[in-house]
Design a binder for this molecule. Structure first.
Ligand code: PMM
Length: 299
């Protein structure tokens, strides 16, 4: 099990797995779509997540749910920028969830401190160079294609191994475009061109991603593989998205124990508690190991 949690230049060292609160300013995201379209409400929601213990707030203006159709860049900018500005003014650390270089650039100009691109720079050929120029951390998520066609791309023989290799190749691409390797975060992309079984297989090997030597971000929150796991045994209906938070917090603790740098979640308080539990366990284990080393095993 990997226990090293890398730091990113320019971001605080939280001393535990970080918590990224999700703020989707979209009408159609699978779990919170339509709730935060009004910029004032969105900013208030983001600042509430910070008060609940979120270390970062991830603002996204375009849904990437399976089958989602793309919006224009103008529309994305219109949704995202006032919210980024408001949150930064309120003292939050803001990440921007976008596949577009123009949106990433404008959000960083407005104070965002991290670019979270679910395509890892593949959707917009201008993204990697734009991210490089901003100098902020950049998420290389595993991505095989846009949401309206990604389900057909969920074909693997060894999902974790192939995802690690594809991320590695994409890191090379973005680094060649000028992104500082020290600013790259990796993410296996749960639910993106992956079946439920693929999601579990990837989650079971978070430490394989940690071995890439880059901070790992895990975004399992409320995703369909949890809804399937918790489906009603009689009717077979999936557990509704908003009733998947306890399972999400469990994944957060387990991902943190495998060395994840951060987890990205809709409901912050449960996951903040979960990563604190994991940090306390880690601390106690380290103390116990060092006392065994100091006094010998029977000391
Ligand atoms: N998933 C969604 C959106 N953004 N960003 C990262 N880095 N990783 C993910 O798995 C991811 C993401 C899917 O939709 P949601 O915002 O409703 O979770």
């Amino acid at each position: 099990m990997s226990t090293d949690r890398q730091r990113l230049p320019g971001l605080p060292d939280w001393g535990r797995c970080a918590v990224m609160g999700i703020l989707n300013v979209t009408p159609d995201s699978f779990s919170d779509g339509g709730l935060w379209l009004d910029p004032g409400r969105a900013v208030a929601r983001g600042l509430k997540m910070v008060a609940e213990g979120a270390d970062l707030v991830d603002v996204g203006g375009e849904s990437t749910r399976p089958g989602a159709v793309r919006i224009t860049c103008e529309e994305e900018l219109r949704r995202v920028l006032p919210v980024v500005r408001g949150l930064v003014e309120g003292g939050a650390l803001v990440s921007v969830d976008t596949m577009r270089a123009d949106v990433a650039r404008a959000a960083v100009d407005a104070g965002a401190c991290l670019i979270n691109d679910v395509s890892g720079g593949r959707a917009d050929p201008a993204m990697a160079r734009a991210a490089a120029r901003t100098g902020v951390p950049f998420v290389v998520m595993h991505w095989r294609g846009f949401s309206d066609g990604m389900d057909e791309l969920a074909v693997y023989e060894d999902v974790a191994g192939e995802v690690v290799k594809e991320i590695e190749r994409q890191i090379d691409v973005v680094v060649s475009a000028g992104v500082d390797p020290a600013q790259v975060i990796v993410d296996p992309g749960l639910g993106f061109a992956k079946t439920r079984e693929h999601d579990w297989a990837v989650l079971a090997e978070v430490d394989a991603f940690a071995h890439l030597g880059r901070p790992v971000l895990i975004a399992a929150s409320r995703k369909r593989f949890l809804g399937t796991l918790l489906a009603d045994p009689d009717s077979g209906s999936l557990r509704p998205a908003k009733e998947r938070d306890a399972a999400t917090a469990a994944v957060s603790a387990l991902a943190a124990a495998q060395g994840a740098w951060a987890v990205r979640v809709h409901r912050v308080p449960d996951t903040v508690d979960a990563v604190r539990v994991e940090a306390a366990m880690r601390c106690a284990r380290n103390a116990s190991r060092s006392s065994h080393e100091q006094y010998g095993d029977d000391g």
